[in-house]
Design a protein around this ligand. Structure first.
Ligand SMILES: NC(=O)c1ccc[n+]([C@@H]2O[C@H](COP(=O)([O-])OP(=O)(O)OC[C@H]3O[C@@H](n4cnc5c(N)ncnc54)[C@H](OP(=O)(O)O)[C@@H]3O)[C@@H](O)[C@H]2O)c1
Length: 253
């Protein structure tokens, strides 16, 4: 069974790999045998991760997911170094908390361009290159429980993650006959740079205590879900949305 989860010979690209989930995912995929291309804007962070993983296994690419030219250049660099990317973890994301009626147009554009347009640009580039190479592959989009539920002050973010969920389902439908699976993980709350100030605060800790699990997720609790969707172990899973949230979405009303 373990060999179904093995990623030897695969070429993965992880966006938003300079911190949080993305950095962790790169380590997990490399540990499972993949060569990993790590993309983000903060190149110093990426270089440190390549040093850790080894230059034979990892490649850093400067990448702004909101810019189609930057996305295409990152895939071209990945392909030149390791071959066609056949595993994409579409993870880069940002949040701008605030009620929708108080949200500025600049914040709307920033979050929508990064989380939704960016996810589409990167997934579409990956799919085009796989189709051109006649290869099968897997795309794992990182959505959120907030793509399925509501939370005061998180409307813009939530709308983009709902968009990522429908992007996932439509790409799964369109690519199903071509050997490319597209699935989404919907994480609950995990402490990362995006939210650590809140979860370190008394208000954040009180909120987490009210959730079914009564705690934040631990990074390693994403490993199994990620490897399932990325590997042959998940070969018949397509268009699925996998909450990894300790039951947060089934909270009693
Ligand atoms: N933490 C949670 O509780 C949670 C829950 C549900 C979903 N998520 C999702 O998980 C994903 C990762 O978030 P995280 O929690 O790990 O937060 P994080 O530590 O803040 O990481 C966000 C990553 O996105 C990258 N990024 C942002 N804008 C980018 C751009 N324009 N181009 C390329 N990369 C960009 C950042 O890199 P640079 O700044 O270096 O470019 C960074 O590596 C996000 O999609 C987030 O919405 C997180």
């Amino acid at each position: 069974m373990a060999e179904n989860f093995d990623l030897s010979g695969r070429v993965a690209l992880v966006t938003g790999a300079s911190s949080g989930f993305g950095q962790h995912f790169a380590r997990v995929l490399a540990g499972a045998g993949a060569r990993v291309v790590i993309g983000a804007r903060r190149e110093d962070r990426l270089r440190a991760l390549v040093d850790e993983l080894g230059a034979d296994r990892a490649l850093a690419v400067a990448m702004d997911v909101t810019d189609a030219g930057s996305v295409a250049a990152a895939f071209a660099a990945a392909e030149a170094a390791f071959g066609t990317v056949d595993l994409l973890v579409n993870n880069a994301g940002v949040a701008a908390p605030g009620a929708l009626h108080k949200t500025s147009e600049a914040d709307w554009d920033w979050v929508v361009d990064t989380n939704l347009k960016g996810a589409w640009l990167v997934a579409a580039e990956a799919a085009r290159r796989l189709l051109a190479a006649g290869r099968s592959g897997a795309i794992v989009n990182i959505a959120s429980v907030l793509g399925m539920a509501t939370s005061r002050g998180h409307g813009v973010y939530s709308a983009t993650k709902a968009g990522v969920i429908q992007l996932t389902r439509h790409m799964a439908l369109e690519l199903a006959g071509k050997g490319i699976r597209v699935n989404a993980i919907c994480p609950g709350y995990f402490k990362t740079e995006m939210n650590e100030a809140y979860f370190d605060s008394a208000a954040g800790q009180q909120y987490i205590a009210t959730t079914p699990a009564g705690r934040l997720g631990r990074m390693e609790e994403m490993d199994g879900p990620l490897l399932l969707l990325a590997s042959e172990a998940g070969s018949f899973i397509n268009g699925a949305l996998l909450p990894v949230d300790g039951g947060h979405l089934v909270m009693s009303i």
